[in-house]
Design a binder for this molecule. Structure first.
Ligand SMILES: [Zn+2]
Length: 136
């Protein structure tokens, strides 16, 4: 189910809580909402649709992937860039990392650990920041 996008900075600055099996439906809603905004958006975090749980949906080279409890456990290759956000007007400068290693749970709650680089890595970093209440 597509959900409405939250734009309140106050709400978006609250860190999200760990996701459980009961939050798998939220992950599906995030995938639906990401698909609905695919022309303007490459990633979403659950708090952007009003659910304060650690769930994100991202575009990985054209494939939409949902991640529960994503955690960046390694990062290297810092660079400066500019990003926009569906919840915020305009674009802002931020520091990202070229390579990251992410641990997360899939929709069946199985754990994964994978290295991501470049654009996909940047999207994941932006959405994990949302889980921590950090805005660009
Ligand atoms: Zn954002």
């Amino acid at each position: 189910m597509k959900r409405a996008i939250v734009t309140s900075r106050l709400a978006l600055r609250m860190p999200s809580e760990l996701a459980t099996e009961q939050d798998v439906a939220i992950a599906q809603d995030l995938l639906d909402t990401l698909a609905a905004h695919a022309n303007e958006c490459v990633g979403l975090a659950a708090n952007m649709v009003g659910i304060r749980k650690r769930v994100i949906a991202i575009d990985d080279n054209g494939a939409h992937v949902a991640m529960l409890n994503p955690e960046i456990i390694e990062k290297s290759g810092a660079y400066q860039t500019e990003e926009g956000c569906l919840s915020l007007p305009g674009r802002r400068a931020t520091t990202r990392y070229q390579q990251i290693v992410v641990r997360w749970q899939d929709l069946g709650m199985a754990w994964h650990e994978q290295r991501f680089t470049g654009w996909t890595a940047q999207i994941i970093q932006h959405e994990v920041d949302h889980c921590n209440g950090i805005l660009i």
